[in-house]
Design a protein around this ligand. Sequence first.
Ligand SMILES: Cc1cc2nc3c(=O)[nH]c(=O)nc-3n(C[C@H](O)[C@H](O)[C@H](O)COP(=O)(O)O)c2cc1C
Length: 407
Amino acid sequence: MYPAAFCSATISGILLQNRLIRSATHESMAESSGAPSAAHEKLYTDLAKGGSGAIITGYAGVQQDGRTSFPGMLMMHNDTLIPAYRQLTDSVHRHGTPIILQLAHCGRQTRSAVTGMKTVAPSALKDLIFNEERPQELDEQGIEAIIRSFVSAAGRARKAGFDGVQIHMSHGYLLAEFLSGYTNRRRDRWGGSTENKFRIVSEIFRRIKEEQGSFPVLAKINGFDHRRGGMRADEAVEIARLLESSGCSAIEVSSGTVEEGLSIMRGPRFPSEALLACNFRFKSMPVPLKQVTAPLLRLAMPSPKPYRNYNLETAKAIKKAVSIPVIAVGGIHTLEDISAAIESGSADFVSMSRPFVIERDIVRKLQTGKQNASRCIMCNYCAIMIEGGPLRCWYGKLPARQALPRA
Ligand SMILES: Cc1cc2nc3c(=O)[nH]c(=O)nc-3n(C[C@H](O)[C@H](O)[C@H](O)COP(=O)(O)O)c2cc1C
């Protein structure tokens, strides 16, 4: 029987040749202006040629203070960027593949040292990892500016030929910070009840709809995190319902925050060697100290279990509650798991990130029977090493000049 994963389907009129989507993956490849580079064009056309049903770009910043701390972030904060994106979408469309721009503001999960601006958040609470400074609590004016930035960026994305945008409201970035009671302690109309915490998202959707009509707007949400007072499945289901009534085109279900360590992208072993090689906090440490620190990091930051299909249960609960398409992401790396997710009705689509880092043509390989699983070993070096340079697969090993000598 032909697996349902390879049947075409639509999201708000966008035609996907199959149900396998490239999930947003920051590539550290953008020009300093925030424009996509030639490396982006090569990557995205490779993904299109490799059979990906749709491509969601790495996160693109909507304003300067919301840039990631990693280098080479895509930006969509001004009109001068539109022609470069147009060239990119034209190249991808030549292969019949839709491309969606993910829009984000990093909130407190970034560094002033990189953005050149004060970090901002719904409440002035320090992040455990980005703890160099206390973020500034956003006032009404700041919130309004951020809403406008998301709305303008969506308009630019449409002009640049994207098939839609995805609003990033997961993983502890700014909109996730508003949605989670762990990071949002406000007592005004932007905090407290789920409706209040959702207000900023609802405004973004309302105004994009007002200005861009039927242009598809997707969302990536957290089904849960591991923070005290944070996101739980029942509230995520309520948020999914609110998204549907806001005109959202599809919901991608993820989990976790950067603060938790590797819970967004899980794996059996914390990549301490990679962190010590390129993270701003550790890279200049003397080697003997790194050798002592490596095992401690592994102990301090274990990835939660299971490593496979970890968002599927929440995706299923959300799918029961809404009638718009649901996309499940997170450790769904084998054809068996992909097919089970779709055929059991837990999700309409499956998205993947790391499998596309190691094999840009993974979908074609699964579809033609060349492979029945990704070759990704979940070492997560890719997720750490983007702090030092462009995205690539390291397959759990650094070259000798970067590797940590044995103690
Ligand atoms: C190198 C890397 C960069 C990522 N960048 C983003 C991003 O820009 N936006 C986003 O929503 N998720 C990002 N993610 C998370 C993935 O989209 C995905 O949710 C997560 O890796 C779990 O899926 P997987 O098991 O298929 O890798 C990134 C993951 C990796 C490994």
